[in-house]
Design a protein around this ligand. Sequence first.
Ligand code: NAD
Length: 351
Amino acid sequence: MTPIPPSEKALVPFVSVENMMRLIHHIGIEAMLKGLAGYIKADFKRWELFDKTPRIASHSTEGVIELMPTSDGEVYGFKYVNGHPKNTSEGLQTVTAFGLLADVRSGYPVLLSEMTVLTAMRTAATSGLVTRYLAPKGADTMAMIGAGAQSEFQSLAMKALAGITSVRLYDIDPGAVAKAARNLAGTGLNVTACNSAEAAMEGAQIITTCTADKQYATILTDNMVGPGVHINAIGGDCPGKTELAPGVLRRASIFVEYPEQTRIEGEIQQLPPDHPVTELWQVMNGTAPGRTDARQITLFDSVGFAIEDFSALRYVRDHIGGTGFDFDLDLLADPDDPRDLFGMLMRAGTG
Ligand code: NAD
């Protein structure tokens, strides 16, 4: 094969897992969580500009594989993501992802990136941002139920974005709690390992559920939730996969990303399709209220929406330049004469 000189190729910057981790350390974990939250907020404020659709899901008995596309008219993005709760028992991740940004005018990709680590960062940044809007005044303690892959990211985002100083951890697997407590040591958070969800919730004004189980689970029963708390329900994000008892939902003011997707995938799949919800973009641009009284239970019914991934990829594109943490991929066939794709193939065979 005759190599084509690099200058003649349309190369696509690629961010590998290793380089994503380098970029996060280069910026700082909490600084990047804040930066991502800023990008997500900016994109939520221009919500109406975006193409929006519930993600395209391919379900199986073991899990789900999803595509999450969106565009602001200038840049197009999508994420490929899976959710397979039983994977961890085989040493695999529950969630893995990668994603792409493209220039709408030419359709050419401008960035390809790993998104397993980036999804954990963007999911945490979104929770932290939403919690800043909805948490009761003076909240300083979070119950973190589910101490898996997302949990430390969620905990640090609450510190960076919502002023949380203490995290109370619970998981059905004590090994997961020990892992998260170990990872969070030295971050400045007071971490308490708890042996039940009820114990984790003692004194917590914020409750984050982030468990993985492909069923209508009841991580929080109605009688566990008192007035005035804010709940982030992160783990219920698929049809037939929820975390909260319907009674909790009926007492809460519910805030969602994109109702058309959340009604399929979120906690509210357990409620009638006309149950009122507030869209978070409207809270962020000031056209809908957030928390209105101290005794209100606020619930962020998080499922993860394409615009958050778009924001995260946009953040990476804007911060990767000059770091050396990307490399060029020969992903696009781009002959000098655009109609001579076949000629390019033939020339490559004569070397
Ligand atoms: P993970 O498998 O690494 O961790 C899940 C943890 O939940 C495990 O440690 C497990 O032991 C624990 N768990 C299961 N049932 C429990 C119960 N009844 N009580 C307490 N703990 C329990 O998964 P992960 O990557 O941390 O993801 C967690 C969840 O978040 C998944 O369901 C995933 O699909 C979801 N998720 C949502 C978003 C979003 O944007 N909303 C983004 C990423 C992941």
